[in-house]
Design a protein around this ligand. Structure first.
Ligand code: TRP
Length: 354
């Protein structure tokens, strides 16, 4: 029997997970659990790169992310969930990989640039912050996965991962630079040239209005426009009933705009009743159905999605000892594979001495 192909992905432990995480990557992971050997990293060191002043929150949020994983349907019998800082091989690989990346290349990473702007880091970001994409390359390559399911914002990091893997394979495993990405392993490379798998919604919008440039903002904890996988029905109702829709509707006419309207983006993303959505959209455009009716429907849809997760979460919350045990077991399992990769990397680099 052929071994299952591996996937690796994960989240920074910066808070609870929301619907944006769900459609961006979590849903893909849950569906891939049977056919892939799955590794999920909770990236606490990456979280610390921007919240060194709140280390206890980062610790707490490792547990919150784990609870959200279990709640959403990640099955610890099938998948390995582990904590970044408990995998020493990742830190060692980060040092080796940092030698393969030119400094100016790091500064050109668009996700890093966005973060420096959005988080107001100015020029006060640390060396560790600038390095985190290399550390993420190590998170990934330590597990030599084929596929990395992520949201769109992670694409620059995956491109860097491919570049590092190609360079390593060329320099230390003597793979010809003209080799096709898919052939690196069969030509003797150690690291696969990974593929990204994007979620069905690339970038879910938040529940509030547009930003200064007029375009809708993505759902994000820091923008305070998120619906969480752990929100109770009342909270979901409050958030949906006050969500931003078409601002012109109340003024001039009854006719509503469906495009760029969070209400309809959410229906299209989450409502399984496509016939209702199409019909209601037509009526919305014609001005024969109200916001309130459509919002009520959306509340039902989201509660139906989230309530089973919340129920599962509260079961696990009653036994945090068990949740910790799952993390400990996952981490032990992950260390086995990562240590093996580190040894192979050192051998390829002629740096295995004992
Ligand atoms: N940077 C990712 C995020 O912010 C989290 C992450 C850390 C990750 N290491 C990873 C994602 C490795 C995929 C693969 O969500």
């Amino acid at each position: 029997m052929k071994a299952k192909p591996r996937i690796l992905t994960g989240d920074t432990s910066t808070g609870r997970l929301h619907l944006g995480h769900y459609v961006g990557s979590l849903e893909n992971r849950i569906n891939m659990q049977d056919d892939y050997d799955c590794y999920f990293i909770i990236a606490n060191i990456q979280a610390l790169t921007t919240r060194l002043d709140r280390p206890a929150d980062v610790h707490q949020n490792v547990m919150e992310v784990m609870l959200d994983y279990l709640a959403a349907g990640i099955d610890p019998k099938k998948s390995t969930v582990f904590i970044q800082s408990e995998i020493p091989a990742i830190a060692e690989l980060t040092v080796f990989f940092s030698l393969l990346v030119p400094c100016p290349r790091l500064m050109r990473n668009p996700t890093i640039k966005d973060e420096i702007r959005d988080k107001g880091l100015g020029d006060n970001y640390s060396m560790g912050f600038l390095m985190y994409p290399i550390s993420q390359v190590a998170d990934i390559l330590a597990f030599r996965p084929e596929v990395v399911p992520v949201g769109e914002d992670q694409i620059p990091h995956l491109e860097l991962t491919r570049e590092v893997a190609r360079r390593f394979n060329q320099l230390f495993c003597h793979v010809d630079p003209h080799t096709e990405d898919a052939d690196y392993l069969s030509k003797g490379g150690l690291f696969p040239i990974i593929e990204a798998k994007l979620g069905r919604t690339r970038r879910l919008v938040g529940i509030n209005g547009p930003g200064p440039d007029g375009s809708l903002l993505k759902m994000s904890k820091s923008l305070n426009n998120a619906i969480y996988l752990s929100d109770d029905p009342d909270t979901i109702k409050k958030k949906v009933m006050s969500m931003y829709t078409d601002p012109n509707r109340l003024k001039a006419t009854d006719k509503g705009q469906v495009e760029n309207n969070p209400l309809w983006i959410f229906h299209e993303t989450f409502n399984p009743d496509k016939a209702w959505v199409h019909d209601a959209e037509d009526r919305y455009r014609a001005g024969t159905i109200g916001d309130v009716e459509c919002k009520r429907k959306l509340v039902d849809v989201l509660v139906a999605l989230i309530e089973p997760m919340r129920a599962r979460r509260s079961q696990y919350e009653k036994d945090l000892h068990q949740v910790k045990t799952l993390l400990r077991e996952g981490t032990a399992n992950a260390n086995e594979l990562a240590n093996q990769t580190l040894l192979l990397a050192k051998e390829a680099m002629h740096q295995r001495y004992f």
